[in-house]
Design a protein around this ligand. Structure first.
Ligand SMILES: *[C@@H]1O[C@H](CO)[C@@H](O)[C@H](O)[C@H]1NC(C)=O
Ligand SMILES: *[C@@H]1O[C@H](CO)[C@@H](O)[C@H](O)[C@H]1NC(C)=O
Ligand SMILES: *[C@@H]1O[C@H](CO)[C@@H](O)[C@H](O)[C@H]1NC(C)=O
Ligand SMILES: *[C@@H]1O[C@H](CO)[C@@H](O)[C@H](O)[C@H]1NC(C)=O
Ligand SMILES: *[C@@H]1O[C@H](CO)[C@@H](O)[C@H](O)[C@H]1NC(C)=O
Ligand SMILES: *[C@@H]1O[C@H](CO)[C@@H](O)[C@H](O)[C@H]1NC(C)=O
Ligand SMILES: *[C@@H]1O[C@H](CO)[C@@H](O)[C@H](O)[C@H]1NC(C)=O
Length: 429
């Protein structure tokens, strides 16, 4: 028997477990534990490790895997929408799980949600270090250090999760009950162009194939590339489905399977934003969660610097290789526009108002004469030196917010929220 699966290399939380355990030992442990807890099997399979079966069993094996993808979900959707007081009033939703996909404007989205929660003293599920809970595993409550970062004010549950971790409804419900589930998707062609640049895949590919257009080279035969040397390589193959919990990196995926999974997500996700219609998406979010216009105003967290002119052939190849993500995108692009239709005739007016407000905010807060280019992959906005305090928390990135949240929720301060963290002393540009 051999293991094929998704490596946990960038996943500090799980890598030690995976490295220490040989497959045989794991199997023994599994067998023992499965008698006690069938939940363990669920997570184990969920984490993307699979056993390569004997050739003649392949077909049966594949059927089992597909079966598991769906039947092992024991999710009961227990969302309770706050009841409307009357037709002109709504109650604000404060429990949010945001599934942070990669290279989709998810950092800007995360920082909007973090700002909302931080300024209202809501409690966050945060990683103990960095801004990533896991890049390769579905969420598990054991990834959370609830001793060190307990909910504020002696609460039993958390309110918000926005840091990177793959979707795993069952475990997420355990720490944030009755949350609204949100994610964001981007057209797979745009997403892969951004990922290529951000994860610096060209450097790896060019090492093997000379200085050609690496994206074109990769797409000529994506399956053959030295994946394990490409940082976050799994993001090059239906990475958005992957972030949403789909185990997709081990075999052929049929449209039928994708459609089934989309059906599940359609039931479980309350709102899916679309990067290409970011402002429109935020307006829908505002309405659905009963947030205010000020809650959704944002300063973009980074402006990508990659420029690619793609031939139709390369586009077609991207679409083929990432067909799962495309079907996903197409479906949720449609549901977004249905929500926009439901929003009613005020939509265009509200959108214009929102954009005007965003424009004014940029003028008030951001220095137009300079960009932060410390990271060559992304240019970042710089605050004006005399920018008002409200500009600071609109400008803070998700990484900064994560640190501030840790600071505030950290147990060392007798659980008394740290006040006044959002001030100019936090801003070193
Ligand atoms: C979460 O992960 C731990 C190991 O880190 C495992 O023992 C536990 O069973 C997992 N939880 C669930 C519900 O699968
Ligand atoms: C609904 O709420 C608004 C805002 O609070 C209030 O002005 C209005 O009187 C309420 N209408 C009814 C029917 O209760
Ligand atoms: C948040 O907590 C701080 C410290 O306890 C308090 O001063 C502030 O008023 C709270 N803010 C809100 C919106 O509850
Ligand atoms: C979640 O919703 C259910 C169903 O309305 C309710 O009984 C339960 O108390 C809620 N749980 C929390 C922690 O709010
Ligand atoms: C995937 O499908 C292709 C074409 O149908 C086939 O040639 C290939 O062997 C399949 N690969 C796997 C791993 O099943
Ligand atoms: C997304 O929806 C818009 C509005 O209906 C449509 O114009 C656009 O073509 C859609 N994009 C895709 C890729 O389906
Ligand atoms: C600014 O924040 C820092 C720590 O985040 C705090 O020590 C300091 O007292 C704050 N200053 C003001 C003026 O609020």
């Amino acid at each position: 028997m051999s293991i094929s699966g998704i490596p946990a290399r960038s996943d500090k939380i799980n890598s030690s477990v995976m490295l220490v355990c040989s497959w045989r030992r794991m199997f023994a442990v599994l067998l023992a534990l499965s008698l006690v807890s069938s939940g363990f099997v669920y997570i184990y399979v969920y984490d993307g490790m699979t056993v390569t079966p004997a050739r003649n069993q392949a077909e049966k094996y594949w059927d089992d895997i597909i079966e598991n993808q769906f039947t092992q979900r024991s999710v009961i959707v227990t969302r309770t929408p706050p009841t409307k007081k009357n037709s002109t009033e709504c109650n604000t939703f404060t429990r949010v799980v945001f599934i942070k996909t990669h290279k989709t404007a998810s950092s800007t989205t995360a920082s909007i949600i973090q700002r909302f929660g931080y300024t209202r003293n809501l409690s966050f599920v945060v990683p103990s270090r960095t801004q990533i809970i896991s890049s390769t595993s579905g969420f598990n409550r054991s990834m959370l250090n609830s001793r060190k970062y307990p909910p504020l004010n002696g609460g039993k549950h958390y309110d918000i999760l926005t840091n990177h971790v793959r979707y795993n409804r069952h475990e997420m419900e355990a720490v944030i009950p009755n949350a609204t589930y949100i994610t964001i998707l981007r057209h797979p062609v745009n997403q892969i162009v951004s990922a290529f640049s951000y994860f610096r895949w060209a450097q790896v590919i060019n090492r093997y194939h000379g200085n050609k257009n690496a994206l074109v080279t990769f797409m000529e035969n994506p399956a053959k590339f030295p994946k394990y040397k490409m940082r976050f390589w799994w993001q090059s193959h239906n990475g958005q489905l992957y972030d949403l919990g789909f185990r997709n990196n081990y075999a052929n995926i049929t449209d039928d399977v994708i459609h089934k999974y989309i059906e599940i997500l359609d039931k479980e996700m309350d709102l899916v934003l679309i990067t290409e219609y970011f402002d429109e998406s935020l307006l829908v979010l505002k309405k659905q969660l009963c947030w205010s216009m000020d809650d959704i105003i944002y300063i973009p967290k980074g402006v990508g610097t990659s420029r690619h002119i793609l031939t139709q052939q390369t586009r077609d190849r991207i679409m083929q290789w990432n067909r799962g993500d495309f079907l996903l995108y197409e479906h949720f692009n449609r549901t977004l526009w249905e929500k926009i239709t439901d929003y009613g005739p005020a939509f265009e007016r509200d959108l214009q108002q929102f954009r005007d407000k965003r424009h004014t905010t940029m003028e008030e807060c951001v220095d137009p004469s300079v960009m932060n280019t410390k990271d060559p992959r992304e240019r970042k906005y710089v605050l004006k030196s005399n920018a008002a305090d409200k500009c600071i928390n609109m400008w803070l990135s998700d990484v900064r917010f994560t640190a501030l949240i840790r600071d505030k929720q950290g147990k060392s301060k007798n659980n008394i929220p740290n006040q006044g963290s959002l001030n100019k002393s936090n801003v070193t540009q």
